[in-house]
Design a binder for this molecule. Structure first.
Ligand code: NAD
Ligand code: UDP
Ligand code: UDP
Length: 317
């Protein structure tokens, strides 16, 4: 039987930080990639080097509207991920997660495509269980300023599981924990890019609250290895599965590490802690280890080195 190894793959949010790296990886594997993005937080610059590649196509499109194309696989990454951006237009954020999921799932149902959902550790909210296993139902304020993102992603998970049960759509759901790397937007607003840009520009490093809150930072190449393993796993394994680096740091430790690695003269200053900011976060990755044979390999200092070097070049250009 003739097997077509090259697949037509839709990446929604493909001009974003993670999406653009995913486009690179899928093209390098020989696939055809259709990058769909409305450029809300994405950046043409992230995919500029791919324009002109015959197997690559970009479409400016907002996933809250229907999309009729023919594809074999779908990666649904479209959604602003940084609190400052997803809180800028919370209604659009919720629509992107919910209507976007419905449209992508409708597309998967019609084309019989396998569909991946970029869910998030935010489904656990401000967790009362630490570290967080997939079985934990979470602790989310449904009315707070983060709810448009958290509840949107939770509703999207519900839609994925219902399309799977009701329409037999083949789904893969990953709960992604804080991920960083080159191609984060300099104005992204998330902590790693903020600290690096501040340190390289000699501006104050802004710690929100006392800096004792924790996060666990995963380098983008490790995350993409997890995406690949999850997509290649048998149809019976649908997740949700945590993908993240279990090594936990306080935000103050991160600030100190960035200052040291950039030889910066920047001073640390305190800013108010935003409402509902999770106190601690660390993935339990036992399931990813056993089901996918996956674990992160890049230590924070190594990933930061690459990311700092990216921002150095960007700020000099
Ligand atoms: P990003 O903001 O760089 O990328 C998101 C992309 O989606 C952007 O290119 C943006 O323009 C696009 N987009 C937003 N709304 C859209 C819409 N309505 N229609 C079409 N495109 C739209 O963020 P990222 O860090 O690359 O995140 C990618 C995905 O991974 C998101 O779904 C995010 O929720 C998820 N995620 C990321 C992290 C992380 O730490 N980076 C953690 C958990 C989950
Ligand atoms: N949809 C789409 N592309 C497709 C098929 C469907 O964008 O190829 C959208 C369509 O707008 C629909 C949604 O996905 O509203 C959900 O599709 P589904 O088949 O589940 O719903 P229905 O069309 O029956 O309302
Ligand atoms: N944070 C900070 N200074 C910044 C940006 C973020 O201290 O300039 C803190 C933020 O309050 C949170 C943590 O760093 O406690 C991670 O924030 P980020 O926005 O990167 O991601 P999330 O809160 O969604 O995990």
């Amino acid at each position: 039987m003739h097997m077509r190894l090259s697949r037509r793959i839709l990446v929604s949010g493909g001009a974003g930080f993670i999406g653009s790296h995913l486009c690179d990886k899928l093209l390098a594997e020989g696939h055809e990639v259709l990058c769909v993005d409305n450029y809300f937080t994405g950046w043409r610059r992230n995919i500029e080097h791919l324009v002109g590649t015959p197997r690559f196509e970009v479409m400016r499109h907002d996933v809250t509207f229907p999309l009729y194309v023919e594809v074999d696989d779908i990666y649904n990454l479209a959604c602003p991920a940084s609190p400052v951006h997803y809180q800028h237009d919370p209604v659009q954020t919720l629509k992107t997660s919910v209507h976007g999921a419905i449209n992508m799932l409708g597309l998967a149902k019609r084309t019989r495509a396998k569909i991946f959902q970029a869910s998030t550790s935010e489904v656990y909210g401000d967790p009362t269980v630490h570290p967080q296993p997939e079985s934990y139902w979470g602790h989310v304020n449904p009315l707070g300023i983060r709810a448009c993102y958290d509840e949107g992603k939770r509703a999207a998970e519900t839609l994925f599981f219902d399309y799977h049960r009701q329409h037999k759509v083949r789904i893969k759901v990953a709960r992604i924990f804080n991920t960083y790397g080159p191609r984060m937007h300099p104005n992204d607003g998330r902590v790693v890019s903020n600290f690096i840009v501040q340190a390289l520009s000699g501006n104050d490093i802004t710690i929100y609250g006392d800096g004792s809150q924790t996060r666990s930072f995963c380098y983008v190449t490790d995350l993409l290895d997890g995406f690949g393993r999850l997509m290649a796993s048998g149809d019976e394994f649908i997740g949700p599965v945590n993908l993240g680096n279990p090594v936990e740091f306080s935000i103050r430790q991160l600030a100190e590490l960035v200052i040291e690695m950039t030889d910066s003269t920047s001073k640390i200053v305190a800013r108010p802690l935003p409402a509902d900011d999770p106190r601690q976060r660390q993935p339990d990755i036992a399931l990813a280890r056993s089901a996918l044979g996956w674990e992160p390999k890049v230590a924070l200092a190594d990933g930061l080195k690459e990311t700092i070097s990216y921002f150095r070049k960007l700020l000099a250009s």
